[in-house]
Design a protein around this ligand. Structure first.
Ligand code: E4P
Length: 218
């Protein structure tokens, strides 16, 4: 399972990357705005800064919603760095744009996915990654994890190569449940990754080991 971090915060990206287990980064316009990154030039520079930290796929989202606009934006994003993955919304022109980029050998991440039918279309268009939003479905009393399981079944039935990138992961149990289902990738906040470290018995056990060592070696 690949681990991506879902943030545009460079310190958090560095912290996750320093663990040695980070495979990539996802961003979106809201995450960029949260970091105060505004204006086309600053946004493009920020993507390059992220790519210079992490040796893995970095999703950069287009703002256009029409085919021509998505192609122009996506090509400019892809030119920034080899690790850029063009993130495209699940809309009609988005599917056409994914097919276009697939044919050109440019990686894509189809975002804002909330149904198995949408997942099927994105795979048919050849998306590299598919981002079903687990947390946002849970937010409206729907079952985000069931969607991941349904898509896993569909993709396995036809051996689609599109990787299921469980997005809108909010906490450690989402990560673990997505891993059980067989999501190829998860993206979530730093806490959803570092939280996996925690167990009180680990802390108690280590404290005792160190205390016993100190007793015998003082
Ligand atoms: C996906 O790539 C999105 O950036 C993200 O995971 C959305 O998460 P949220 O629902 O917590 O905003």
């Amino acid at each position: 399972m690949k681990f991506f971090i879902d943030t545009a915060n460079l310190d958090e990206i560095r912290e996750a990357n320093d663990l040695g287990i980070l495979d990539g980064v996802t961003t979106n316009p809201s995450l960029m705005a949260k970091e105060g990154i505004t204006g086309k030039e600053n946004i493009l520079k920020h993507y390059v800064d992220i790519c210079n930290i992490v040796d893995g796929d970095v999703s950069a989202e287009v703002i256009s919603t029409d085919f021509a606009g998505m192609i122009k934006e996506g090509e400019a994003l892809a030119d920034l760095h080899d690790n850029i993955v063009v993130k495209i919304p699940m809309i009609k022109d988005g599917i056409k744009a994914i097919k276009y980029f697939t044919d050109k050998g440019i990686k894509t991440n189809c975002t804002l996915v909330f149904s198995p039918g949408q997942a099927l279309l994105a795979a048919k268009a050849g998306a590299t990654y598919l981002s079903p939003f687990v947390g946002r479905l849970d937010d409206i009393s729907s079952d985000g994890l069931s969607l991941i399981a349904e898509i896993r079944d569909i993709y396995d039935n036809y051996m689609f190569e599109t990787q299921i990138l469980a997005a809108s992961v909010r906490h450690t149990m989402h990560v673990i449940d997505c891993a059980k289902i067989g999501a190829d990738v998860m993206t979530g906040p730093l806490s959803s990754i570092t939280g996996l470290l925690k167990h009180p018995l680990t802390d108690i056990g280590l404290e005792k080991f160190l205390a016993d060592y100190a007793k015998g070696n003082s």
